[in-house]
Design a protein around this ligand. Sequence first.
Ligand SMILES: Cc1cc2nc3c(=O)[nH]c(=O)nc-3n(C[C@H](O)[C@H](O)[C@H](O)COP(=O)(O)OP(=O)(O)OC[C@H]3O[C@@H](n4cnc5c(N)ncnc54)[C@H](O)[C@@H]3O)c2cc1C
Ligand code: FES
Length: 270
Amino acid sequence: MPRDVVTLVLRNVDLGHGNWLLEFDAEGAAAGMRPGQFFMIGVPGSDVLLRRPFSVCGLPGTFADGAPGAVQVLYRVYGRGTALLASLGRGARLSVLGPLGHGFTPPRAQGAIPLFVAGGIGSAPFPAFAAELRALGFAPEMHYGARTATELPLLDWFASSCAPLAVATQDGTSGTRGLVTVPLEERLAAADRARLHLYACGPTPMLKAVGRLALRSGVVCDLALEAPMACGFGVCLGCVLPTHGPGPNEVRYERVCIDGPVMRAERMAW
Ligand SMILES: Cc1cc2nc3c(=O)[nH]c(=O)nc-3n(C[C@H](O)[C@H](O)[C@H](O)COP(=O)(O)OP(=O)(O)OC[C@H]3O[C@@H](n4cnc5c(N)ncnc54)[C@H](O)[C@@H]3O)c2cc1C
Ligand code: FES
């Protein structure tokens, strides 16, 4: 059940190169929250009126140094809302609505291999999910891509939590040079691909490419979608994306905020 609270910033850590990790007192809002779900976060009294959506990155227990009952959000500064967030220090007030949407579901089959595919700040929902999967006995792999090395936040954390971890940058400053879909395509050619369950989050062109590869290889694939959002709970219709309808060639529009943000790749009509 989503809660709408005004709460306090506990930490707002500059990870460098425009990447930040915000920790706030969830005041019970994290109870029962799933990795992949998100919060709408705003700053009361500021001139940025609409709250902005952010995936939960860390739930209680995900990060060893997290305060009890606190959650973390990993964010990248893009515009006014995220610049305002980055200016906040300990004790600043936040208006937080959540948890919202449908999150990730662990693989059903024992022996399945969860494989995260993250594009840049799209890695945000994976720490909480990695921690959950490891506690359930799964060993997540990760393919982490970005334009350049500075856009791979929490790389050390992922290196110690996901194995193997394949890194790809378009300018070759970290890992292999090129798109993250190149090592992914190689991984999907391996003999054990029937055991894979892909979970992808990142820019829409990357999600489309990962979804296409997964469908072509017959691998289950869940996409954590992004769309600009105003309300986060289904009333503004600002976040719709086309999905396949029940009939042949039928397209319908679903709301990423309440029908997603996590959706099966084959559901998307893009
Ligand atoms: C379900 C969901 C979860 C998200 N989780 C995270 C997260 O964990 N960490 C994080 O850093 N960001 C996340 N985002 C994106 C985040 O909401 C935007 O970066 C933020 O709203 C930008 O606000 P702003 O005021 O700084 O920028 P604006 O001034 O609103 O926009 C600045 C630029 O960012 C672009 N932009 C805005 N929103 C999005 C978006 N949703 N997708 C792609 N481009 C966008 C705009 O087109 C513009 O070019 C998530 C988005 C969704 C829908
Ligand atoms: S954000 Fe308002 S309907 Fe989805």
